[in-house]
Design a protein around this ligand. Structure first.
Ligand code: SF4
Length: 1008
């Protein structure tokens, strides 16, 4: 028994039947003490646990209810302070530049609580303690405005409650019956108001219970153990290892920590991982729960202008229950629902969500109809039904969420309460609850948000309102519990050590955490507080600068009251920053006492406590399989290979990975380098007769491995809109838009039998461009006005370049056909030579290729001579003018020239292509035209070589790292550098006899 329990036991023994009120710093802590009393064999009756605040509330609860007053929450207090700052401060004031800073609001909240806790009124903030008179004046104003805001919103804070309770007791008729005895622990820390209230309520019936003197910790020296660990995670893991290894029942142990922000999440995560039931004195951060994650996802969505990517990620995280919108409780499944949002191409913007989902629904329904008309199989029918259902579910979900989410007003402001109300509705309706923690978190979240919705007058900028809610959620905890049977108890050391458990671990005793920094309150400095204290004596404001001394004292007091085995520890390495950490001086003091070596220094401490606990467990203190394997590896010493072989035998996925790595590092070209064995040639379009596009063929030439991933395995990156604030359209979209503008313009003027003329046609072209830009703007959201206007002017500039160049170009030719499709069955065309059938390109030696594509532009020169042009919106830099086909990477001009001749023949027209090339009217192309020479035999040679790779199933990596720069597969490829080095090594091998590789070598050495 510790001293407090002993004293309480003695008091209960001598005052058996009298009413006794044990006044504790918290109810949880008080109950731990009374339970410890019972466990130590001291029954009691008529003993109640209270705090000063529960006593005060009980005194005036009915009065508050009658007056319609509610207790202020932390989130409400911050919101009121933010409002107060914006009302009272202007930029030139002492605090003016901080008025919008959340950090300032938090600091000010603590200052106001201290001032009100010491019953300092606005008038009580005298100017004398302040060097700058403005500071006193502004603090007076802020405090006054805050108090009025409390009254206006019918709220009371803790200081108000105490004041009202005090006033009530001033009136003799209201005094409590003078029979209860009030028992106060000797070390109970009370504010001035709390002390006054207690003295008023208890009068002469206060009894002080002795607690262990902090210096008495030395009595525990013989039971103290010290260890250190590499990083905080290993420190906590070591605690668990010791519990397990020593066979300690978890409900006989308690972990105390010095730093909530670091240790609480770590203990929570590791205890969940090892299935170790715990009770947490401070609770668990709400954001660890599914409802917490759902609420954060919702706020992130709003914060980024309704960024569909944020909503998609929240759905994918499976923290939402979309089944609630369907009525039958059936959801579309998280993966499918997330894909719907991606496929809808929403991007961002509130107004785009439903219209994009409607468009997707229409598309799927059309697809379904088309399939039905052509006779869909039952599985195809089911697939379409699933697609349509998924869109319907997601649409209903989005519609419901939008309905409950208020919009900002014309000034970009919103009522905080309305937004909080929307958030509460979102959590209530859609947050998934799959555990006890989720349930508690959901309730707590709704409570926090609903409390904020009681502040209807607070209007903030939209982003600030979201930040306010994010902060409220980020600092909220739920599920605080007292020690329970079957559970390890976890607590801050300032609140812990009362459970009376036999084994205690105190973690986090490095010098940065213990006793912690003595940072002063930045709003009201310690010297100002001291001067104010002399004016308000006997009341006093706390001095934050003295916190390290207080923490040190609290630590020794905690240690003194512990009984049983004690283990203290610290992390000797910061793994994130890769730097050493040092023990707190009190660890050295403990070491000297434990080892009875008063002269020991830090070196002796480090040596004396042995090797730090790390990732590899020592002495069979193994928690899980990973630890077991690590220990085996350590034990095996030089036999690592043998152990690794056993590991591979047990874990097939590791074995496959290891095999792949072995094969890749060999000098052979293997399946793990991009070899497809036994394909039977079916990947070769000459055999399969699958139509190919120029894009596909050029992709083989750039990087066969990337081609394999995209066109053979069908792997594509998710079509997320990555929001770049400087860019409206990506390169592909930009190109599509200018192609469409040029086509519409050329069709329009050639229908009138006119040739491009800048003076005559600029207005026409500009009108078409504007119409198309606006059409695209509704389809693709713009992240900012600047991005939109920049690209709009680039498009108009490209149009000017186009028209000016065309005016000259068309003096020699007559524009004839535009955007001529062939082999594209889904593409409607009014081009007289367009065809839904692919064209057959003769490759010689009895081989042919079926080609599909679309020719941007065909001009006629003379009677039967034609030119083929491809519009390029980028720059001409990537085009090698000196190379005929650039090893197959620029092959389109040659293939389209041959395709056009076939299309003309199909349309019964005479004609041959005399010129084929590329036109660069875009902002970086500056109107260049690049004409490429035609060489049929070179084309056939290159194509045959490329297709040979496919026939042999050889898909090596790109050799030219330039081709990797914009590759979508960098994340699944080992990266160009390493892969290229390896592939070169493999190719250097003499006489492979592997014809596919020979073909690739031929291609690399080809000059065409
Ligand atoms: S990163 Fe380079 S080597 Fe890898 S797949 Fe892409 S293009 Fe090929």
């Amino acid at each position: 028994m510790n001293r407090l329990v002993e004293d309480l036991a003695a008091f209960c023994n001598t005052h058996r039947l009298e009413e006794k009120v044990f006044v504790s710093p918290s109810l949880a802590l008080g109950h731990q003490v009374t339970e410890a009393l019972v466990r130590s064999g001291h029954p009691w009756v008529n003993l109640h646990v209270e705090t000063v605040h529960t006593l005060a509330r009980k005194t005036i609860d009915t009065d508050l209810a009658r007056a319609g007053l509610r207790i202020l929450s932390r989130a409400q207090a911050l919101a009121l302070i933010e409002q107060t700052c914006s009302r009272t401060l202007s930029p030139e004031d002492y605090f003016g530049r901080l008025k919008d800073q959340p950090g300032f609001h938090r600091a000010l909240k603590a200052t106001i609580e201290d001032l009100r806790g010491a019953a300092v009124t606005p008038g009580g903030i005298r100017p004398e303690p302040f060097e700058d008179g403005r500071k006193a004046r502004e603090l007076r104003l802020i405090l006054d405005c805050y108090e009025k805001a409390l009254a206006h919103n019918h709220l009371v804070d803790e200081a108000d409650v105490l004041q009202r309770a005090l006033e009530k007791f001033t009136n003799k008729e209201n005094r409590a019956p003078a029979d209860a005895l009030y028992l106060l622990p000797e070390n109970l820390d009370l504010s001035s108001l709390e002390r006054e209230f207690l003295e008023r309520i208890a009068e002469d019936r206060i009894y002080v219970l002795a607690t262990d003197d902090p210096v008495a910790w030395k009595a525990n020296s013989s039971t103290i153990n010290i260890f250190h660990a590499v990083g905080e995670e290993n420190e906590v893991r070591e605690v668990f290892r010791r519990l397990l290894h020593e066979g300690i029942e978890v409900d006989k142990a308690e972990i105390l920590y010095t730093d909530t922000a670091t240790y609480l999440p770590l203990i929570y995560e590791l205890s969940s991982q090892y299935d170790m039931p715990c009770t947490y004195a401070e609770g668990i951060p709400i954001i660890f729960s599914r409802p917490g994650q759902a609420a954060l996802g919702y706020l992130e969505w709003l914060d980024n202008d309704y960024d569909a990517g944020a909503l998609t990620r929240t759905i994918e995280a499976e923290v939402l229950d979309l089944g609630k919108v369907t009525g039958d409780g059936e959801s579309a499944g998280a993966v499918r629902a997330a894909r719907v949002l991606r496929d809808a191409g929403v991007g961002w913007g509130r107004e785009r969500h439903l219209s994009c989902l409607d468009a997707l629904l229409l598309l799927y329904k059309k697809g379904q109809r088309r399939k039905e008309e052509r006779g869909a199989t039952p599985s195809q029918g089911k697939f379409h039904q699933r697609q349509i259902r998924a869109v319907t579910v997601v649409r209903s979900f989005v519609e419901a969420v939008l309905k409950m989410t208020p919009e900002a007003d014309a000034d970009g402001k919103i009522a905080l309460g309305a937004l909080a109300c929307g958030g509460a509705g979102f959590v209530r309706t859609f947050a998934r609850v799959a555990s006890e923690l989720d349930g508690m978190a959901s309730m707590a979240l709704q409570k926090i948000l609903e409390e904020l919705s009681f502040l209807p007058d607070i209007r903030l900028r939209y982003g600030d309102a979201i930040k306010r809610l994010q902060e409220a959620l980020g600092s909220a905890y739920t599920g605080a519990r007292t020690p329970e049977p079957g559970h390890l108890h976890v607590s801050d050391y300032r609140l812990g050590g009362y459970s009376g458990r036999e084994v205690t671990f105190i973690v986090g005793l490095d010098d940065s955490r213990c006793p912690g920094g003595g940072l002063q309150d930045p709003v009201l400095l310690d010297f100002e507080r001291r001067d104010l204290n002399s004016l308000i004596s006997p009341r006093r404001l706390p001095l934050p600068g003295e916190r390290p001394q207080e923490n040190r004292l609290a630590f020794w007091a905690c240690l003194a009251q512990l009984r049983g085995r004690i283990t203290v520890s610290y992390s000797c390495r910061n793994l994130l920053e890769d730097r050493e950490q040092f023990p707190a001086p009190l660890v050295l003091k403990l070491y000297r006492s434990v080892r009875e070596e008063p002269e020991a220094d830090y070196r002796a401490l480090r040596v004396g406590i042995g090797r730090p606990a790390g990732f590899i467990p020592a002495d069979s203190m193994v928690l899980d399989e990973t630890g077991w394997w690590l220990e085996r590896l350590r034990e095996s010493g030089s036999r690592e290979d043998a152990i690794a072989a056993v590991v591979r035998q047990i874990y097939p996925w590791l074995r496959y990975g290891w095999q792949a790595e072995q094969e890749r590092s060999s000098d052979r070209f293997t399946v793990f380098d991009g070899q497809v064995r036994d394909s039977g040639g079916e990947l070769d379009p000459r055999i399969s007769r699958d139509p190919m596009s120029c894009t596909q063929i050029e992709a083989i030439a750039r990087c066969p491995f990337a081609y394999f991933l995209r066109y053979v395995l069908g792997i594509e990156p998710p079509n997320d809109y990555a929001r770049d604030p400087t860019l409206w359209l990506n390169a592909l979209e930009f190109g599509s838009l200018i192609h469409e503008i040029f086509r519409l313009f050329m069709v329009e003027i050639t229908a009138r039998q006119e040739k491009p003329n800048f003076a005559h046609h600029w207005a026409n072209l500009k009108r078409i461009a504007e119409e198309q830009i606006n059409r695209w703007h509704t389809r693709v959201p713009s992240p900012s006005i600047a991005a939109f206007t920049t690209q709009r002017s680039q498009i108009l500039r490209a149009c000017r370049t186009f028209l000016k160049d065309e005016e000259i170009h068309c003096q020699q030719v007559t524009p004839r056909y535009f955007e001529v499709p062939f082999g594209l069955s889904s593409m409607a065309s009014d081009s007289p030579i367009g065809s839904s059938q692919p064209v057959s390109i003769d490759l010689g030696e009895g081989e042919e290729l079926l080609l599909r594509g679309r020719i941007d532009r065909v001009d006629q020169r003379g009677r039967d001579e034609y030119e083929v042009w491809d519009y390029k919106s980028g720059s001409a830099h990537s085009l090698r003018e000196d190379k005929l086909l650039n090893r197959g990477r620029q092959i389109q001009h040659a293939l389209y020239a041959r395709a056009l001749e076939i299309l003309l023949a199909r349309a019964h027209q005479e004609g041959r292509v005399v010129t084929s090339g590329y036109f660069f009217p875009g902002p970086r192309g500056e109107g260049q035209r690049v004409v490429k020479k035609q060489d049929r035999s070179a084309l056939n040679r290159v194509l045959r070589t490329l297709f040979h790779l496919l026939r042999e199933g050889v898909f090596p990596y790109a050799l030219d790292s330039d081709d990797c720069r914009f590759c979508d597969y960098q994340c699944v490829c080992e990266g160009p550098r390493k892969t290229n080095e390896r592939i070169l090594m493999k190719f250097d091998r003499e006489g492979t006899g592997e014809t596919g590789i020979d073909a690739f070598k031929r291609l690399m050495n080809c000059d065409d």
